[in-house]
Design a protein around this ligand. Sequence first.
Ligand SMILES: [Zn+2]
Length: 282
Amino acid sequence: MTKDQLLTRLLTRRSALLFGAAACGAAGTAGVLAAVTGDQPVRPAAPAAGPATHLAPKPSAYRLQPLTGYGPPAAAPARPHVRREPLLRMSGRGRSMVLTFDDGPDPRYTPDILDTLAEYDVRAMFFVCGEMAADNRELLARMADEGHVVGNHTWSHPLLTRLSRGRIRSEMERTCEVIEEAYGEPPVWFRAPYGAWNRAAFQLGAELGMEPLAWTVDTLDWATPGTRAIVGRVVNGAAPGVVVLSHDAGGDRTQSVRALRDYLPHLLDSGYHVTVPRRQYA
Ligand SMILES: [Zn+2]
């Protein structure tokens, strides 16, 4: 591949990412507009016209909104429907795989993982815990800068099935807040600690605008089985749509860091597109 071809590919990919973001923004805006047309009383100052006017509001009409007190939030994301099971894999994306790293960020390991992903120009998902994110905000900012997706993995990594609904809400909400502050956007994905989901988790996640994502292949790296064992699990489990679970915190993650350096080029050489899911794909 020539340098120009590489550049074209990079730009295309960057455009795709930007297009994805724009699409989400457009969906949010459509929701806002629907709310305006549906709920707002017709004000005398507004021109007497159909919904088309609302799709392209005149500046003067738009400026009236904050004064009325009816103004919806600027970015009202579409709320996902409540699932009964988490998503386990990606669908319809060809030879794509998703790498996910849970429990961080941890300044001892996460930067190494980010370095490797950057070296191969690959994007991944980080399901962060709020209490870790609050202490390592600069790592969330780096994830944002480098195009990675940050998901919600609760504040303190509890077993949600043993918590009250109020506690689950607090675990999720606080984490959404710190992610939005440090990463720059609220999370649209969440993952229950230990993969232990319940109805409240699905309902609250949907209320907070997040889709539940589990995984297809568990590297079991938390048990420190050895770098080769982790690499073997990823390479043997590789298939289109597979979501891989690893950890960048929660203990000594040296093996997870080393394994990524080994299996990532393997996956790419095998023709896999290592990527992150779109917000709504299922
Ligand atoms: Zn976890």
